[in-house]
Design a protein around this ligand. Structure first.
Ligand SMILES: N[C@@H](CCC(=O)N[C@@H](CS)C(=O)NCC(=O)O)C(=O)O
Length: 201
């Protein structure tokens, strides 16, 4: 299995997950900065021109980071990282959505509206960038309360929500928004997760 990869949060989320589970993935590095996703060969694999995507040995392509993780989890159910009971699964999904939609997507809106790399996607708006930062900060507060004193985002064991949040905060650092450092529970959780071998993935 090949994971089409780049140093960016959604590929990192899958790498973190695979490292936590001990699932070997062959990484294929894509030169996203120089539009390596827009070649005819890459567009045939993923017309959305984003990473990550997973290519199976028979050439089948699976797109979307969470869908890739769900596929890998079905093949490798132990240790469970998407929940062991209906309620645990609901809770993990809820927190993963908060990390992905409430935090990572807001950082992406921010980057889309300030970075020259995205200037060809359409008119950029400083107001939209400011709104994204406000939403990011508000949602960090919600995430901080949700984590509370727990060792992992959703409880006593690592889940996909840890992978999404860890990758998201790294992206926040990259775009210069280090607001997460101001939240005591997030800061403690992040420092602890950073010591796991998977964090280097
Ligand atoms: N919903 C997708 C988002 C994928 C995505 O936006 N990937 C970014 C990197 S984190 C990307 O490839 N961006 C390149 C671009 O927008 O040109 C997923 O979860 O896989």
């Amino acid at each position: 299995m090949k994971l089409y990869n780049f140093a960016a949060p959604n590929p990192q989320k899958v790498r973190l997950y695979a490292a936590e589970k001990g699932i070997p993935l062959e990484l294929v590095e894509v030169d996203v900065i120089n539009h390596g996703l827009r070649t005819p060969e890459m567009l045939a694999k993923n017309p959305l021109a984003v990473v990550p995507f997973l290519e199976l040995d028979d050439g089948t392509v699976i797109r979307e980071s969470l869908v890739i993780i769900e596929y890998l989890e079905e093949l490798n159910p132990q240790p469970p990282m998407l929940g062991r009971s209906p309620l645990e699964r609901a809770r993990i999904r809820e927190l993963d959505r908060l990390a992905e939609l409430g935090l990572m997507a807001e950082l992406a809106h921010y980057a889309h509206n300030i970075s020259p790399f995205f200037a060809d996607k359409g008119p950029q708006s400083p107001d939209a960038a400011r709104m994204a930062v406000n939403c990011y900060r508000k949602n960090l507060g919600i995430m901080d309360r949700e984590i509370g004193g727990k060792p992992f985002v959703a409880g006593d064991t690592p889940s996909v929500a840890d992978c999404t949040l860890y990758a998201t905060l790294g992206f926040g650092d990259y775009v210069g928004l280090k607001d997460a450092d101001g939240f005591v529970n997030i800061r403690r959780w992040r420092a602890s997760f950073a010591t796991r071998p998977s964090a280097a993935a």
